[in-house]
Design a protein around this ligand. Structure first.
Ligand code: ATP
Ligand code: MG
Length: 366
């Protein structure tokens, strides 16, 4: 059996809890074959020892019929390991396994859109998901998810989150009308933020996604001090990538020992789609050759800014680039219509980008 055949065998092993195999995840770094012996070098950055062991066992089982000795070399190169929170900072959310904050240095870069789509994508991955809009002054979730109901209360005066697209959702936008329960009126922003955790009946969740307001202000600090967060994702646009915004955000989270799980470059390039005569097989756009399919359709992502900026910047900051999401009419119209693309059309190429980022995130916090 040669290296390629070994890799083919390993492609049948999915990472536990995922529909994706360990080879395409990039976890198989190398395969060495010496006669009857094979050494498989695995790189699994997950913190979950049980899952790592499951992968090791599956690899051994898969190859033991073909080699006398199967050795596994495990490594865990990772840009950033999850660190424990400072002191004994309490987790007010005992039954929520992982909290991920979606943050950005400045406003309007697409945090809420990314947060909603990633939450929907995680539901598709079989996770129990909560999505909490912490933008008290400009809540977006009522629009992004087309949700305008008033949450009901439990007997012990806890708010019951609304449900949509298979996840639990809460936003100040749901309770800011005249019918707002008294205990929710008037507290300071930091108290309000706490209340969203303490006085909401979240139940059991695998992941809670927080849609933060822009910047590095009070809410961000309250959160990082009060909660044990799995980490933060920083959303940026290509033109801000090189500015100090991303660095400021990353530094703030690091100072309070919250790992930065990665950067998402949003509005990165422009999707150009169209149709031409079916006799044409390629066309030229802006100096690039673009393939036309049998139905005469083509789709192309045009870079509007310097290519590769995201990669370079994320490397400089020492955080992974989780993905690039192009500027797209479909993303905007689906968000503005209250049906995030990752829920409306998860198999589309754009939907797939969100699923991919969600998968990477889930993997890094397991
Ligand atoms: N990839 C994209 N392609 C096209 N439009 C997008 C994309 N991402 C976001 N948008 C649009 O940009 C606008 C701003 O997005 P969004 O509200 O998610 O930003 P935000 O960072 O949460 O803003 P704020 O800082 O005000 O909370 C929305 O109209 C949204 O539909
Ligand atoms: Mg927002």
């Amino acid at each position: 059996m040669n290296k390629e055949q070994v890799l083919d065998h390993l492609k049948s092993i999915n990472y536990p809890g995922f529909s994706r195999d360990i080879v395409s995840f990039g976890m198989v770094k190398d395969v060495e074959i010496n006669g009857d012996q094979v050494i498989v070098h695995l790189n699994i950055s997950s913190q979950n020892e049980k899952k790592k062991q499951e992968v090791v066992d599956a690899v051994k089982k898969q190859l033991s019929g073909h080699f006398n000795t199967v050795n596994i070399e495990l490594s865990a190169e990772t840009n950033q390991q999850a660190t424990a929170p400072v002191g004994d900072s309490p987790s007010v959310l005992g039954n929520v396994k992982h909290i991920i904050a979606i943050a950005s240095g400045k406003g309007g870069v697409g945090k809420s859109t990314v947060a909603a789509n990633l939450a929907c994508a995680m539901v598709k991955q079989g996770q129990q998901v909560g999505l909490l809009d912490l933008d008290i002054y400009g809540p977006s979730l009522p629009i992004v998810l087309d949700l305008h109901d008033q949450p009901k209360m439990t007997q012990n005066k806890k708010l019951i989150p609304l449900e949509k697209f298979g996840m639990k959702v809460m936003s100040f936008g749901f309770i800011s009308g005249n019918d707002t329960p008294v205990i929710w009126r008037g507290p300071l922003v930091s108290r309000m933020t706490e209340q969203f955790f303490r006085d909401v009946e979240w139940g059991n969740l695998d992941v809670m996604i927080l849609d933060l307001p822009p910047g590095t202000g009070d809410i961000q600090l309250t959160l990082t001090q009060k909660l044990r967060m799995a980490g933060a994702v920083i959303v940026t646009t290509p033109q801000d990538m090189a500015l100090s915004d991303v660095r400021k955000g990353a530094d703030m989270f690091r100072k309070v020992n919250t790992p930065v799980l990665g950067v998402v470059e949003n509005m990165s390039g422009l999707v150009i789609e169209g149709e031409v005569d079916t006799a044409v097989s390629t066309i030229q756009i802006n100096g690039s050759q673009v393939q036309v399919n049998h139905a005469g359709k083509f789709s192309f992502i045009m870079d509007l800014f310097k290519k590769g900026g995201g990669e370079k910047e994320s490397e400089r900051l020492g955080v992974p680039l989780l993905g690039k999401i192009p500027l797209s009419e479909d993303i905007m119209s689906s968000t503005d219509a209250g049906t995030p693309l990752a829920a409306a059309d998860p198999v589309s190429s754009l939907g797939q980008i969100y699923l991919d980022i969600a998968e990477k995130l889930l993997l890094s916090i397991q």
